[in-house]
Design a binder for this molecule. Structure first.
Ligand SMILES: [Zn+2]
Length: 93
């Protein structure tokens, strides 16, 4: 199996996305205070010969006993300094 997932810390992760860049801050979904990006998990595009051997970050692929959101996704995790709640934004190809 091949793991093509990469992890980026802090604002470095803003550009490691499948669509528009992730924001440096979002509104905390629990208390509404600004929550800062802390970590981004981004799946890389596999080579054609690797595609049946990939371990996806979500591992939700639902064919041959697995299921996935889509082929490739990026997940950004934000922490709120006020209430310590974690909020998540994600996108996909
Ligand atoms: Zn909060």
């Amino acid at each position: 199996m091949i793991n093509k997932t990469k992890v980026y810390y802090g604002e470095e992760g803003c550009i490691h996305t499948c669509q528009d860049h992730f924001l440096k801050e979002i509104r905390c979904e629990k208390c509404g205070a600004p929550a800062r990006i802390t970590m981004t998990v981004s799946e890389q595009i596999p080579e054609q010969h690797e595609r049946d051997k990939i371990i996806y970050a979500t591992d939700l692929y639902h064919k041959d006993d697995r299921m996935w959101i889509h082929d490739i996704c990026s997940v950004a995790i934000y922490f709120c300094p006020q209430c310590l709640h974690a909020s998540v934004e994600w996108n996909q190809f």
